[in-house]
Design a binder for this molecule. Sequence first.
Ligand SMILES: [Mn+2]
Length: 439
Amino acid sequence: MIDSHGFKQRREDFLTRLEGKAAIIPAASMVTHHADCEYPFRQDSDFWYLTGFDEPDAVALFLPFRPEGERYVLFVLPKKETEEIWNGFRWGVQGVVDQFGVDIAHSIYELPNLLSEYLQGSEGIVFRIGKHPKVESIVLKIWNEQLDKYQRNGNAALDLIAPCKFLHSMRLLKGDDEIDRIRQACQISAEAHELARDAVCPGMNERQIQGLIEQYFLEKGARGTAYNSIVAGGDNACVLHYTANNDLLHDGDLLLIDAGCSLVDYYNGDITRTFPINGKFTGEQKALYEIVLAAQEAGISSVKSGLSAEVVHLTSLKVLVEGLVQLGLLKGTVDSLIEQDSYRHLYMHRTGHWLGLDVHDVGAYRLGEYPMELQPGMILTVEPGIYVSDRLPVPEGQPEISDRWKGIGIRIEDDVLVCAKGPEVMSSFAMKSVNEMES
Ligand SMILES: [Mn+2]
């Protein structure tokens, strides 16, 4: 049996949370790249979280109102010799019953005929609109038929509800097995950053470094990258999502690398490091680097159960702004600069995000007016930065920036687990002190 205890436990929790409602959770489909070529398959994270099943065009039903042994139904692509010759092995209908802990399985082609009957007796339909067009048309048709019949039988499932509130609050709190996997993803990602820094020298191309990092991910058995790697020399680092990665690395510039691997079960690392290409910071680079590092370390120390991602952001932001005032790049009191967003031409993003099966993982950051409280088992990134360029105008009343600062982009990012006893930096194998960045 491939199905593990972790998946079974999650399904049971999910079924409990659904109360009397039926959930329809589709797998991803293949996506065309061009002509008849496709992107590598990437399973839907909600579907994966509950099933551990890695094939396209499947649909999982969760039916808590039905008796034990009929609550978890999977529709899958049936086995077919010709398809498997071209595109690879399929588990098929019997295979998923034998291997994936499924109560009942059917061919996906039966979904339009059988779905209506499976939904009988449910108090509502839990389904995400707008993401799965093929399944959506079937679900909406059946929902509409139920609405039509409601007058006659009075017990149709009238509500259509997004799965977020049932499923994403679960995904936000990682189980021990998930934490282990993310730890491994972070370790491999961190090792690749160390490898890259060792290899870099002036005259190389960004793409060579990208190749080195991604090769290491594959060598270590990862599926590939968690997101498009950012390998940005000099001023390119001021483009937050720079992925062209095809410039020369110049003597005297910094190199910013934001890269992480995705394991075969989709758990991710997400790490950024910035260091001098020639092994020696200039005065300006070092001054800014020290501020970002101090901001990041302050942010990490505030990752505590009972606090919030908002507190982490504000803690880092205060240190950043204070440092920029001291260097004369900002003018005013720290509080008023933050209140008026007068730092945004130098720091234009938030300090972090949840990390899990999605790199920018699901889960609310706020509950109405209150920020989500951090709890043991949550994982977030802490990634402040400073980006000095002409791309954004200097806000009124703020000092013009002298050319010697321009073209410096710095970000430092670690992946941090909230623990009862304090933060655990899962990506700590990648070094970041000023001395370690110089060699
Ligand atoms: Mn990130």
